[in-house]
Design a protein around this ligand. Structure first.
Ligand code: SAM
Length: 321
């Protein structure tokens, strides 16, 4: 793959505005990917840092770490790469660097998959190519093929509805269970055909699904289940806030309503703090953060036109008190 044909980073300016890398210190990019956000952070932090600037870049995909390492080589030892799952951020930082870190100046998580992952047929993320039904971002134990061929009809329906906002979740789940009675569903092409066969046609261009491919939501839901993307998110947010220094910043970019809901509620709860048992009033000293985004920040029309993948992005930011 040509290094230039990689992931286009989303909401970069906005991320920098909240993270303020020019303050210097240690920042963690939990989703290094192709290193787009990391490059912008390193450039801004290196140029103006009052304190030395270090970026720890995490990814559970070794291919992403390798690519980012090549693309960011010019920053030398300012970038430290760590392979692992950011759901276990504290343990990962404690174990992966071989030395304790000071409190963090900023944490960024740009959730989901990268364009490189989507565009590599053997990874099995996309219905645009035929490939094995895999969808693991790292070396996890469960593939999409396992889920499609072993989950009950009710569980398939639930994940398609909850993680894919799939309006025809029941039909699709039934279609899969019927198809797999004949033979296991092993490839992305086979699954796409089963989904398309099971769904009724969307109501023309004005239908709810508009121009989105009928298989899109089912593939998204399976990817979220394979990588347990939602179950670890709340745990990650708690750890990130614990690790921040006073005035340290947290920025999370999500691409799915379920993800954004978790981020919104968890940040709100940490901003509110605990309540006094007698008066019911929030206890000021238990407030951990200030939320900096009343509403999520969305990409402008220009960014969406230039990078359609950004259209569902929502950024939320907080500041450690
Ligand atoms: C949307 S891409 C990030 C792109 C990056 N910001 C850039 O500018 O190139 C998400 C990346 O996060 C990684 N990732 C997703 N979930 C992860 C997790 N729980 N732990 C570690 N990495 C994860 C994926 O492997 C992917 O490379």
């Amino acid at each position: 793959m040509n290094d230039e044909e990689t992931h286009v980073p989303v909401l970069v300016e906005e991320s920098l505005r909240f993270l303020q890398p020019e303050r210097g210190g240690v920042f963690v990019d939990c989703t290094l990917g192709a290193g787009g956000h990391a490059a912008a952070l390193l450039a801004a932090g290196t140029a103006a840092g009052r304190r030395p600037f270090t970026l720890v870049g995490i990814d559970l995909d070794p291919d992403a770490l390798e690519l980012a390492g090549r693309r960011l080589a010019r920053f030398g030892a300012r970038l430290r790469r760590v392979e692992g799952n950011f759901h276990d951020l504290e343990a990962l930082l404690a174990g992966g660097l071989g030395r304790p870190l000071p409190p963090l100046a900023g944490v960024l998580a740009d959730l989901g998959v990268s364009s490189m992952q989507l565009d590599t047929p053997e990874r099995g993320f996309s219905f645009r190519f035929d490939g094995p039904l895999d969808m693991r971002m790292g070396g996890g134990p469960v593939t999409a093929k396992d889920i499609v061929n072993t989950y009950s009809e009710a569980d398939l329906e639930r994940i398609f509805r909850e993680y894919g906002d799939e309006h025809q979740a029941r039909r699709v789940a039934r279609g899969i269970v019927e198809a797999r009675r004949e033979a296991p569903i092993a490839t992305t092409g086979q699954l796409k055909a089963v989904v398309e066969g099971a769904k009724t046609a969307p109501r023309g261009h004005h239908g709810r699904e508009g121009r989105v491919d009928p298989a899109t939501r089912v593939f998204q839901a399976l990817r979220i289940e394979v990588n347990q993307e939602l179950s670890g998110l709340g745990r990650f947010l708690d750890q990130a806030v614990r690790l921040l220094e006073a005035d340290g910043r947290l920025v999370v970019i999500s691409y799915h309503s379920g993800e954004d809901r978790i981020v919104k509620h968890r940040l709100r709860a940490m901003a509110r703090g605990e309540k006094d048992r007698v008066t019911g009033r929030p206890l000021a000293e238990t407030r951990l953060i200030e939320v900096l985004t009343k509403k999520p920040v969305r990409p402008g029309d220009g960014e969406v036109a230039a990078n359609p993948r950004s259209r569902s992005a929502r950024l939320r930011a907080a500041r450690r008190l």
